[in-house]
Design a protein around this ligand. Sequence first.
Ligand code: AMP
Length: 113
Amino acid sequence: MSTIFSKIIAGELPADIVYQDDLVTAFRDIHPQAPTHILIVPNKEIATVNDITTNDEAIAGRMLHVAKKLAQQEGIASDGYRLIINCNDHGGQEVYHLHLHLIGGRPLGRMLP
Ligand code: AMP
């Protein structure tokens, strides 16, 4: 069974896609926590950070590089932003398809309350 993010990547579910290439797709979070809130997702289904293998290193690197490029595109690079990957229950992960949150556009405060 494919994940909700796989369905977005395949064009089967609507989303505001801002970037797509051979390895990753990025789209705006449906419940944004800041003016910019984009999810950068591998096209291939990887459930969590725990499931990344040596073969996925290009994907993991691409996720970071795309985050940098999108931050520039969104105009938040110089003010700053936050990148988050939640993993499993204690990390607060809700969707079990690896994703990198790019969040910015306002001061975000300290990392943890
Ligand atoms: P996480 O807690 O790291 O698993 O975050 C999952 C994120 O996916 C949340 O911020 C949700 O708002 C977001 N999300 C869930 N469904 C969708 C969707 N259909 N389109 C865009 N973002 C979504």
